[in-house]
Design a protein. Structure first.
Length: 172
């Protein structure tokens, strides 16, 4: 199957879904919308959305200073420093237009097509302590959300369990 056929099928299914939503609205049936499950602590209790990241008294890689989670440049710096302090390997943390970030290997260690070699990808996944399916061929994506930034900073420092687990979006 070629790519244009895949795109055509996808557009058709999206169109069918939109028509189904219009039909439900016309009949007065309830429509499921995405809902946010707020961040949780290690015990599973809901917590307030984090605005700062601190590791007082834990040592290593600038962990004694407070990081503003809304400052993308500061979060990038902390992620790189924490990963280097733990693994002694350099990693790149790249921003996207929407405020999200991607942790990847430096350009010199990537393949010609921009993907991470399988060995490097496994090393990154192991360093962050995440399931392999959460990484992509071009790195690990961090959404533009302070709870995600907090969790990934905790993972980069090797904190286990993480003090804050990221918020998730679900369709109920």
């Amino acid at each position: 199957m070629n790519y244009s056929r895949i795109q055509k099928l996808r557009n058709q299914r999206q169109g069918d879904h939109v028509q189904g939503l219009f039909e439900k609205a016309r009949r007065g049936d309830p429509i499921s919308t995405p809902s946010v499950k707020p961040p949780r602590d290690a015990e599973g209790n809901w917590v307030a959305w984090p605005t700062t990241f601190e590791r007082a008294g834990m040592g290593d890689a600038n962990s004694d200073r407070t990081t503003d989670l809304n400052d993308t440049a500061d979060v990038q710096y902390r992620l790189r420093a924490a990963l280097f302090a733990r693994t002694r390997n350099h990693y790149s943390v790249l921003r996207d237009r929407d405020g999200g970030m991607r942790i990847t290997v430096p350009k010199a260690r990537r393949g010609r097509d921009g993907t991470i070699p399988p060995v490097e990808r496994q090393r990154l996944v192991d360093s962050l302590g995440i399931p392999a399916h959460q990484s992509r061929a071009d790195g690990v994506y961090i959404p533009a959300d302070t709870s995600w930034r907090h969790e990934m900073l905790s993972r980069a420092y090797g904190d286990n369990p993480q003090p804050v687990r990221a918020a998730h979006y679900t369709v109920a």
